[in-house]
Design a protein around this ligand. Structure first.
Ligand code: PDD
Length: 279
């Protein structure tokens, strides 16, 4: 497996980062994940735009323009012979003696990318549907930034793992913010697609945006508003979206069966439409 690190393509074992890297010390950095399907990148322009925005919000200069990023991503995909899976990109504020304030302006950001082979299209879980739980949202107040500080999401996902389910939806003030690594949606009995409006309380999901654009084709109305835990548990259909899961049907929330316990027809339609778009 080949990794990209600071301008070089290296075997995994040789790609090393100094202990004084601010990503390691402070989680002072951001990341992105784009899907690869049939050897091409899915929704990549939007992922690179969000990468640029995340960097801007924390005052790290973007080391590459979008065209350069994409050239590097595709080079890495080719070197790894990847046809389906993910490209992970991470940029940290670089290496400097430990001090909370920013290092000197000429400190180079650390840039790293790796690929992961994964079945994203013909995912068996999407056929069966995912069971999920709700957990408390313990995160900071700038969740719109795709920060590598993911401890709250790690703990949320581990609760899901220990409960034997696939994802945890995080809850704040009685309403779902988003999944530990996905955007939460429900569909009501009258064909309304509901998801939380964008704010600093959640990540602006790239797959979310694409799915909202596809809603009309599935003959769904859209409501961007809060979803309470009770509404989610009693929804006609539910699903979550991300670069790594596309549109993932949810069949159980906190032990409550959703619909008839199989992926809902409108959710399946949205997944099909998204797959068409992604191919
Ligand atoms: N996670 N919300 C959170 C907290 C996420 O971490 C993610 C993505 C999403 C979905 O965003 P998108 O549709 O742009 O992938 C929402 C990635 C896949 C990850 O951390 O691996």
């Amino acid at each position: 497996r080949i990794v990209y690190l600071n301008g070089e393509f290296l075997p995994f074992a040789e790609a090393k980062v100094p202990v004084m890297d601010r990503g390691f010390l402070f989680a002072d950095g951001i990341y992105e994940v784009s899907a690869v399907l049939d050897g091409h990148l899915v929704d990549n322009a939007a992922h690179l735009a969000r990468l640029d925005r995340s960097l801007g919000e924390i005052g790290i200069r973007n080391p590459h323009d979008a065209a350069e990023w994409e050239r590097l991503q595709l080079d890495l995909v080719r070197r790894n012979g990847l046809t389906e899976g993910l490209v992970y990109m991470q940029v940290t504020r670089g290496v400097f003696e430990r001090d909370f304030g920013f290092p000197p302006a000429d400190t180079s950001p650390t840039v790293m990318m790796f690929t992961q082979a994964k079945t994203v299209a013909a995912n068996p879980l999407a056929e069966k549907g995912a069971r999920i739980i709700t957990v408390e949202d313990l995160r900071w107040k700038r969740r719109d930034i795709k920060s590598v500080a993911l401890l709250a999401q790690v703990l949320a996902k581990q609760q899901a793992v220990e409960a034997g389910v696939s994802e945890a939806w995080m809850v704040e003030d009685g309403a779902v913010t988003e999944g530990s690594s996905s955007t939460a949606f429900v569909i009501t009995a009258d064909r309304t697609l509901v998801t939380r409006p964008l704010s600093t309380a959640l990540l602006p999901g790239i797959t979310r945006a694409s799915v909202l654009r596809l809603a009309a084709e599935a003959d769904l109305r859209i409501e961007e508003r809060l979803i309470t835990v009770a509404e989610a548990q009693a929804a006609a259909e539910a699903f979550y979206t991300s670069a790594s899961s596309f549109v993932m049907p949810v069949i159980e929330i906190d032990g409550n069966r959703i619909g008839d316990g199989r992926p809902g027809p409108l959710t399946r339609r949205l997944r099909e439409l998204y797959l068409e778009l992604a191919r």
